[in-house]
Structure formats: structure tokens, C-alpha cells
Write a protein that binds this ligand. Structure first.
Ligand code: TRH
Length: 375
């Protein structure tokens, strides 16, 4: 049986996840686990930090967690003892190692003993850098076991691994009732709405000042995070009665999408929220996750230059690109922000072009099936 045929049938998938910080590692792999499960596969998510995951899936909260099934996904606590000695798990047919997290040696060894070695993937971070296209799906032979691991790079080009796009995403978005949703969240459906989910070390004080100086009414949806609290405190300290503040609860990933759909602008961060904002077509400002040696600024520039090719080459695009770069360097250009807010329709237009481009690229699940077929 070919791997492609195998993929078109239900089969077993193990996804390994170590949480470095925040929600992104768990967020991406939980999303992937849900997507594979929705395609009829039997997924185990093996994760070292169940507390972080339970922010996204509260049903997993438990003091003595070892395993639970949630939304058809078997979630297992990755015991640290498995890294030093025996791991009781029998390998699945497909093994996904999240962000080079180094699966237990014992599990690796068991993989090498299987008659049909599992398809072994290292899922990397999303990037728009050019080299992704060449490296995506390349094999990397194990140094001393008869195993091959493949690199898997989410991205924004046809040759990359694409982005996780759930079946029916666009239909759900089309049918979404934004007014009803905003009312349910305690927000005003008739106001220009900005969602805020960024890192707390950003230029939040200066952003608050720039927003307060904007002459037209605005509504802010504040994520249930430190950055949301900080922006709220800064704005409350200013005399900004034309700004309406709505503090959101921490929501599940489906509702997170709905927040993006309901917003006119979104400040987002990390990898998963950025990918979701781009897929939603909302005009966004990406506060990218900080890396040493300013590697994040290279990634940010790569993304904007890819967007420029597809989306727009205009003065407003330049303004947006510079504003976003400045934000990531810790400064705010209030004039630029006001200009962007004044030209929301134009900003929205190129955000839609970019959204269409990403959806046309194809979903990661589809690219994975093609990869299995051509491997
Ligand atoms: O939380 P992040 O900053 O996560 C990460 C990690 O820091 C990781 O180590 C790093 O490598 C990576 O960024 C780049 O941002 P991210 O990736 O956007 O993940 C946030 C997740 O949280 C995303 O899946 C959406 C989800 N979320 C909700 O589901 N509900 C909410 O209310 C909020 C605020 C977020």
C-alpha cells in the first residue's frame, strides 16, 4: 500500500510537544492534532506541559494528569523519565516531532525496529524566508539507526508546507455573524474594532498615547494576557473617552478565529496568531516573537516582502511595513498609525489579497498527503 493510500485511510499519528514558553508551541500542535483528527486519524498528543495546553482546552485541567481524551485526541503527559530510560509508548505510523523537541531515544529505537518504519517529520516554525522552499520535505538520515526524518516548514509559498487550514474554514467565516458575536462579547458591533494580543515588552505606553491621540472613536478588544492588561491600564490613565475598552476572556482556538473575523485590525504575536490573522484577512500588525541576533527581524522582513509581491506595492503598504518594523524595535510612529486607521479600506483590500493567496496555496494536510505520495 502506498503512503498516500495509507494517508487517505485512518491511521495512527503521534505528535510530540515540548513547551518552551507562552502558548505557541502547544497552540500549533494542538491545532495540528485537531486537524488530523478531523480528517479521521487516531492522534496522540504527547506534551510535557499540560497546564499550558489546558489554557486552550480547559477540559484537560487536572492536578494529576497522565492522560485524557479531548475532542477525539488522546493527550498524554510526556514524562521526563522517558527521556532518560524506557518509554512505554509503541510508535505510531506517523510521528511528528514539534520544533526539534527531540523525541525519547527509547521511542526512536522502537521506531527503528518496526517492519515499516514510521514516517517521521520534524515540524519547524513558520517562515517566509526563501530557503524554506528548498529545505521543505528534505530527508535527514539518522546518524546510526535505519530511520529518516523529514523537515517540514510551514510557510506562505506553494513549495513550503503551507499553513494549517481546517476544512470548511472559509465557509465558517462567510457564515459568521460578526454583530451577534461582538454583542455576546460585550462589545459594540458598530465601532471600528482593534484586537490586541502582543508581547508585554512592546511599546505599549507609546501605543496607548497614539491611540488616545486618534480623533475618531475606537473599540479595543483586549486579550486576557499581560499585554492586554498593560494597554488597558495605560489607556485608563489617559483621558481617552472616545476609546471603548472590552476585556476578553481567554477563549478556545475556534473563538480566537472569531475574534479575528470580528475585528477591523488585529495586533498579534508569535507564530500561530500571526498565521491565523493572515488566513482571516484582517489587517494586522505582527509583534513577532523575539529571537537572539535579531533573527526575528529577518523573518519579519521576509514576510512583508512576500506580502508586497502578492498584496500591494503602495505608499500605504510602505507606511504599514515601517510602522510594524518600528513596533518590533520598540517605538511607535503615531502619525503612521493614524494614517493606517484612516485608510482601513485600502489596508483591508491587500489583506484580502494575501488571505486569498494563502488559501490558494493549499492546506498543510493536503501538502502532507502530496508529500507522502511523492516521497
Ligand atoms: O503565545 P505565543 O507568543 O507563542 C509562541 C511561543 O512563545 C513559542 O515559544 C514561540 O516559538 C512562538 O510563539 C513563535 O504566540 P502564538 O504562536 O501566536 O500562540 C498563541 C496561541 O494562543 C494561538 O494558538 C492562539 C491561542 N489563543 C487562544 O486560543 N485564545 C486566546 O484567548 C488567546 C489570547 C490566544
Amino acid at each position: 500500500m502506498t503512503q498516500a493510500a495509507l494517508f487517505s485511510q485512518s491511521h495512527t499519528i503521534d505528535i510530540f510537544c515540548r513547551v518552551i514558553d507562552n502558548f505557541g508551541d502547544a497552540g500549533v500542535l494542538w491545532r495540528l492534532a485537531r486537524d488530523f483528527t478531523n480528517h479521521g486519524h487516531h492522534v496522540r498528543l504527547i506534551i510535557d506541559d499540560v497546564n499550558t495546553l489546558s489554557a486552550l482546552a480547559p477540559e484537560l485541567q487536572s492536578d494529576h494528569f497522565s492522560q485524557k481524551t479531548s475532542r477525539g485526541i488522546q493527550v498524554l503527559k510526556w514524562e521526563s523519565a522517558w527521556d532518560r530510560g524506557d518509554c512505554p509508548l509503541e510508535p505510531a505510523q506517523i510521528v511528528i516531532e514539534g520544533f526539534a523537541c527531540q523525541i525519547p531515544r527509547d521511542y526512536e529505537f522502537k521506531m527503528s525496529l518496526m517492519q515499516n518504519a514510521p514516517v517521521w517529520i520534524n515540524l519547524d516554525y513558520m517562515s517566509a524566508e526563501d530557503w524554506i522552499d528548498e529545505f521543505n520535505a528534505l530527508p535527514s538520515p539518522h546518524p546510526n539507526l535505519p530511520l529518516t526524518k523529514y523537515f517540514w516548514f510551514p510557510g506562505v509559498t506553494k513549495k513550503s508546507a503551507g499553513l494549517i487550514i481546517e476544512d470548511g474554514y472559509r465557509l465558517r467565516q462567510e457564515r459568521f455573524d460578526h454583530a451577534a458575536f461582538l454583542k455576546k462579547m460585550g462589545a459594540d458591533p458598530d465601532m471600528v474594532t482593534l484586537f490586541f494580543f502582543a508581547y508585554p515588552y512592546g511599546p505599549i505606553k507609546a501605543l496607548a498615547k497614539a491611540l488616545a491621540a486618534y480623533p475618531r472613536p475606537l473599540q479595543l478588544l483586549l486579550s486576557a494576557t499581560k499585554s492586554g492588561e498593560l494597554l488597558k491600564a495605560e489607556l485608563e490613565a489617559l483621558d481617552a473617552s472616545h476609546i471603548r475598552l472590552v476585556t476578553l476572556p481567554f477563549v478556545d482556538q475556534e473563538t480566537f478565529d472569531e475574534i479575528l473575523w470580528a475585528s477591523d485590525i488585529a495586533f498579534i504575536r508569535g507564530e500561530d496568531s500571526a498565521a491565523r490573522a493572515m488566513l482571516s484577512g484582517v489587517p494586522f500588525v505582527w509583534h513577532i516573537y523575539h529571537q537572539d541576533d535579531d533573527a526575528h527581524m529577518v523573518k519579519l522582513a521576509a514576510m512583508t516582502s512576500k506580502m508586497r509581491e502578492v498584496a500591494s506595492d503602495s505608499d500605504l503598504f510602505d507606511t504599514w511595513e515601517q510602522f510594524q518594523a518600528d513596533y518590533n524595535e520598540g517605538t511607535i510612529d503615531a502619525k503612521a498609525l493614524h494614517q493606517l486607521l484612516d485608510h482601513l479600506e485600502q489596508w483591508l483590500l491587500w489583506s484580502h489579497w494575501w488571505q486569498n493567496h494563502l488559501h490558494e496555496n493549499g492546506a498543510m494536510s493536503q501538502k502532507f498527503a502530496e508529500f507522502l505520495k511523492n516521497r
